[in-house]
Ligand binder design. Structure first.
Ligand code: SF4
Length: 378
């Protein structure tokens, strides 16, 4: 048999597994990543996407808050961070946080997404206070705050275990954890892109602990820099294992590396082809995740729209005040209106459904809103 015939046969065996709902092995994933063409990947991922979410494309109405860009770490892929005394450094005051929350309320947002730098001088109380100020200003808004890397830092500066840190934040109003900081789990890659911050074991432990405390969380993977296919598949399989154990992840977000203004600016930006491959591959490997998000801020609206047919069922949200990827050169707008999101989704042949952070359908009456129980499709 020629190599081409062997590949065709292997691909059809994998396609059969996907059609019958059988889990793909790490070897299957590696084969797909290295050899499958993008259209086949997309077609297979779309089978899983429609099985799990029908024709729905989810979005939410949210705002971002990055309370400080000062960070003790120097991840080479990061354009957002600042040194303590650099001109670009900033720290939000309570008043600025309140203003952002009131703006969120005015815009009808259901969620505030909070991540930032690890400030050299701020104690844990400062981070708890950020959550408390948001919660006290508008208790109805869902607070999705602090990545696993930040929780690890809080544990480091307080010398307290993760469950203690998370309970303090829950008491202040924390509703769930975002998925950032996972980057690529493999140590040989991590040592090149984010040497000192929480490693894979700690990131996974934090999310396990959060799930045990009843918090839902998301997961991410930063692709398109120095990693290889084997690292991506290893990353996805580690997430799949934890999800088997806890069931606490909601959505997976493949994040495209943006090189501008980073320590890796000599690398090219991932192509649209790679973006679609990563969406599809994630959908195929993460059979126990309900949702795959095409984060339009990173992908750009055109690719995010096409991704809705390549495995993604969620476009994220209206996202006002995005800084992290715009500092790294993202040319997308900082926010989209609900009407613009609806148009993107409808043009892709999908049905837009607004969700809250926990994937409950949002019912609106002007700026007021309520939520329905989860919409079960699959
Ligand atoms: S990615 Fe996060 S932890 Fe790393 S330098 Fe940037 S802000 Fe700091």
């Amino acid at each position: 048999m020629t190599t081409e015939q062997t590949h065709t046969q292997r691909l059809s065996e994998i396609a059969e597994k996907v059609e019958s709902g059988e889990r793909l092995s790490p070897d299957d994933g590696l084969f797909l990543d290295e050899h499958a063409d993008v259209l086949t990947l997309g077609r297979l991922a779309n089978v899983v996407r429609e099985r799990k979410n029908g024709n729905i494309a989810w979005y939410n109405t949210n705002v971002h808050l990055n309370p400080t860009n000062v960070c003790v770490y120097r991840c080479t892929f990061c354009a957002f961070r600042s040194d303590l005394k650099a001109e670009k450094s900033y720290v939000f005051t309570d008043e600025m946080i309140r203003e952002r929350v009131l703006e969120a309320k005015e815009n009808g947002a259901t969620e505030i997404h909070v991540v930032g730098g690890l400030h050299h001088l701020k104690k844990f109380d400062w981070y708890v206070n950020v959550v408390r100020v948001i919660h006290e200003t508008w208790p109805q808004i869902h607070i999705k705050a602090w990545t696993g890397v930040e929780i690890n830092w809080f544990s480091h500066i307080t010398k307290k275990p993760y469950d203690w840190v998370l309970r303090e934040l829950i008491d202040a109003g924390l509703g769930s954890l975002p998925g950032g900081g996972a980057e690529i789990f493999d140590e040989s890659v991590r040592s090149q892109i984010c040497e000192h911050k929480a490693d894979a074991g700690h990131w996974i432990d934090i999310h396990r602990t959060a799930h045990q405390l009843g918090l839902r969380s998301n997961a991410t993977m930063l692709y398109g820099h120095v990693e290889q296919a084997e690292h991506r598949i290893d990353h996805l399989c580690k997430l799949r294992e934890l999800q088997d154990e806890t069931g606490g992840f909601q959505t997976f977000i493949p994040l495209a590396f943006h090189p501008e203004n980073t320590g890796l600016s000599h690398l090219p930006k991932p192509s649209g082809q790679m973006d679609l491959r990563m969406i599809a591959l994630s959908r195929l490997m993460l059979d126990n995740f309900d949702h795959i998000k095409a984060y339009w801020i990173m992908l750009g609206e055109p690719t995010a729209q096409v991704a809705l047919s390549f495995g993604a069922d969620d476009l994220d949200g209206t996202v006002v005040h995005e800084l992290i990827y715009h500092d790294a050169g993202a040319k997308t707008p900082e926010g989209l209106t609900v009407e613009q999101l609806h148009r993107l989704i409808r043009e892709a042949g999908r049905d837009p459904v607004e969700r809250d952070t926990l994937y409950r359908r949002v019912m609106r009456d002007g700026k007021d809103w309520t939520v329905e129980d989860p919409v079960l499709v699959g």
